[in-house]
Ligand binder design. Structure first.
Ligand SMILES: *[C@@H]1O[C@H](CO)[C@@H](O)[C@H](O)[C@H]1NC(C)=O
Ligand SMILES: *[C@@H]1O[C@H](CO)[C@@H](O)[C@H](O)[C@H]1NC(C)=O
Ligand SMILES: *[C@@H]1O[C@H](CO)[C@@H](O)[C@H](O)[C@H]1NC(C)=O
Ligand SMILES: *[C@@H]1O[C@H](CO)[C@@H](O)[C@H](O)[C@H]1NC(C)=O
Length: 178
């Protein structure tokens, strides 16, 4: 894993000076409406350069102390195809020890803008409030060897081994900012 990240970092350094990351879309859907729903899920552009993400998710069966998260990186090539990373992990365990470096990077990007930033159990609605995407852009570039194109991160949230929600983030890598 460490070697893998090391290689990603080097490739990332070679490519990031040339590329720019834009968040193009965000989709949230409940797979179990008795467990969770979404009342907010969008990326809002304030002006040409600044965008933020808002999510509001109601949890109906709290407390939740058993969460499994699957992350799949996808690249668009006649449809979204798996690309590089496909991991499933125990999210409650991660929140306790924060050991996995790539997941830690993702976690660090939203932890100051969300109330998901504590250890399990969760006994409240889940909020991501004005997560500005500019900082994420620059952090991602350090790790991912990305060629220009459309990518997505598909996330699948399970509780007690049942898939409850899917949140997909869509991004575009291009040569310059626009
Ligand atoms: C989600 O649940 C809340 C709280 O029960 C309800 O007010 C809202 O209408 C629901 N929204 C959707 C989109 O189902
Ligand atoms: C865009 O909006 C952000 C946040 O409100 C602000 O800080 C920034 O100066 C704005 N940029 C332009 C070019 O207006
Ligand atoms: C969690 O986010 C809140 C703001 O939503 C922030 O005040 C708090 O410091 C964060 N906690 C951690 C552990 O990052
Ligand atoms: C989570 O819940 C599932 C289903 O009840 C169970 O099989 C699994 O052992 C639980 N995991 C943890 C870490 O408690």
């Amino acid at each position: 894993m460490r070697m893998f990240l090391y290689i990603l970092t080097i490739l990332g350094l070679l490519t990031t000076t040339l590329s720019h990351v834009t968040f193009t879309n965000l989709k949230c859907s409940s797979k179990d409406v008795k467990f969770v729903n979404f009342t907010k899920c969008y990326i809002k552009a304030v002006n040409r350069t600044h965008k933020y993400v808002d999510i509001y998710s109601n949890l109906f069966q709290t407390p939740v102390d058993n969460v499994t998260l699957t992350l799949k990186f996808m690249r668009h090539d006649h449809g979204y195809k798996p690309f590089f990373i496909d991991v499933t992990f125990n999210a409650c365990k991660f929140l306790k020890n924060q050991k996995h470096p790539l997941i830690k990077l993702l976690y660090d990007t939203y932890k100051d803008s969300s109330n998901i930033n504590h250890t399990c159990p969760y006994n409240h609605d889940i909020i991501v409030d004005h997560l500005w995407t500019g900082n994420i852009d620059s952090n991602f570039g350090k790790y991912m060897p990305m060629l220009n194109g459309d990518y997505a991160i598909f996330t699948e949230w399970s509780a007690y081994n049942i898939v409850r929600a899917v949140v997909n983030v869509y991004i575009r890598i291009s040569d310059r900012q626009n």
